[in-house]
Each structure stands twice: as C-alpha cells, then as structure tokens.
Design a protein around this ligand. Structure first.
Ligand SMILES: [Fe+2]
Length: 277
C-alpha cells in the first residue's frame, strides 16, 4: 500500500515517531495513550519501529497488537526487503554509519520472516483531514523516505513540498528532533521520537498532540518519561553501549547528520511552544 486515507478526524490525535526497538518507551507511550483515552485509530506512528535499542521483534509485536496507524520508515523498508543496511542515508565513513551497521545487523538477526512481510505492507504515507485542513504524514520528506528535514532545513523547500502534496500540513519523522513550523499559513510538523532522546540532554522522548480548538487546531509537544534505565541496560547488554549511554544522558553518540543550528543545540532543552493552526 502506498497511501492510506483516514478520512476526516474530528477528535484529538496522538502522533509519535521512532520507537527504535525501545520496548519500555513504546509501552510507556501506550500507557499514556490509555490515560488520555486515545483509541488506536487516532494514533499515528511516523515510522522507524526498529532501530538502535535491544528489542526489535518485541517492539514490532507491541505496535501490531496495538493496531495504530504506521507510516513506513527507512528502517522498516530496509528490513522488509532484507537490504544490506538501514538506509538512513549516512555517509559511508561517518560514525553514524559505523554505529548503524551494529544495530542493523543485531535487528536483522531477530526480526522474523513473518514480521518482514507485515512491514512490506506498511503504507508510505497517510492522509487525513482535521479542523478543515488537509494533512499528509510521511517518514522523511515527500520525495524521499530518508531525507533529513530539520527545523533549520530550507523553508522554501518545505513550502514547495507542502504545495506539491496539495495539503495544508505535512507531518514528517526520521530526523529525531521535534519541531513545528508555519510557512505562509502552511505547516511542517515533526512529532519527535520516543525511542531515543532528542539530543536535548534529557532521558525522555517526545510525542505530539493535535487537538480540536474553537478556531482550528492546537498542536502541542509533550515529554515521554519512561523506564529508560531498563532500556539503557538492555541496549548496552545487546552490544550497543553508545546508544545505551545516549538513553541516559540525552546526547546522541554522533551528530554527523545535524545541521549547524541543531548541532549548536546539542544537550540544550528544547523550546516547543504550542502552535495554533
Ligand atoms: Fe528514519
């Protein structure tokens, strides 16, 4: 399936990305959704169920049993089709690439053939309407599953993609750092990820809420605190100590992919004001 259509959604939505094989974080988000009384059909994951942490198969099963909507990430695409690497788009000689080889081989040994078939059928984008606006959810960008679109990425390029998609709002994932940006009354949103800190110096992940408001929609970002100590321990025991440490100190083991603006923000708390769209 290439595009999944959800129709018009009149109730609040929860959006998150990057479970990254972090079972404890994914369980915590599921518990949060239950506390907030948000049903599975109003939850969207922007992809990369499997990546840096220790429990890829268990995290896939939790997401499948939950029954939420998922957009295919490059990690699902790579594992679904048994590709040689994660397809993150890292430069071959970068430390991101070296680290990615380790987790990808670890996950590739654990994801089952049946799970690969399930991943092949994940849609590459999701479309819906809410608050009178059209939304399109993708993993990287409209044109590339592994394009890193950050807050500091070129606004004109974002605007062009939103216009080509024919929507009011694009929700992307992949880059790992949440943000919301309005450009000429059109919007690019990133929900953030739950399975790895946002390089903001804290052990928490991030998710995004879209709530109906009197004059449109309210978009807000929220911290997800969870049992990061368990994930740190299992990730280190699985042979990925760099990612294990990052789960605790909130600093990515490599920032090769970060633009200068996001690189300067390393270790600093994020400022994510609520957006009215
Ligand atoms: Fe990704």
């Amino acid at each position: 399936m290439q595009v999944k259509h959800l129709g018009n959604i009149a109730e609040k939505l929860l959006v998150f990305g990057g479970p990254y094989s972090n079972l404890a974080a994914t369980m915590a988000l599921q518990a949060r959704a239950r506390e907030l009384d948000i049903a599975a059909e109003r939850i969207i994951c922007t992809g990369d169920i499997v990546a840096y942490c220790a429990e890829p198969a268990q995290t896939i099963e939790l997401i499948r049993d939950w029954g939420i909507h998922v957009v295919m990430g490059n990690c699902e695409e790579a594992l679904a089709f048994s590709e040689a690497d994660c397809g993150c788009g890292f430069a071959a000689d970068s430390s991101c690439s070296t680290l990615a080889i380790t987790w990808y081989q670890y996950a590739d040994r654990r994801v089952t053939a049946e799970q690969r078939l399930w991943m092949q059928d994940i849609p590459r984008s999701i479309e819906f309407e809410a608050g009178g606006k059209g939304f399109k959810v993708v993993h990287g960008s409209l044109s590339s599953i592994n394009e890193f679109v950050f807050a500091s990425s070129d606004a004109a390029a974002k605007l062009e993609q939103i216009r080509v998609a024919g929507v009011d709002v694009v929700i992307g994932g992949h880059c790992g750092i949440p943000f919301g940006q309005g450009i000429d009354n059109l919007f690019w949103l990133n929900a953030g990820v739950i399975g790895m800190p946002a390089n903001d110096g804290g052990s928490h992940g991030w998710y995004m809420m879209i709530d109906p408001a009197a004059d449109g929609l309210q978009v807000s970002w929220h911290r997800l605190d969870y049992d990061h100590e368990t994930s740190r321990r299992t990730t280190i025991a699985a042979g990925m100590p760099e990612y294990g440490r990052a789960l605790l100190d909130g600093r990515w083991p490599s920032i090769d992919i970060l633009p200068e603006a996001e690189s300067r923000q390393s270790g600093q708390p994020l400022d994510l004001p609520t957006l009215h769209i």
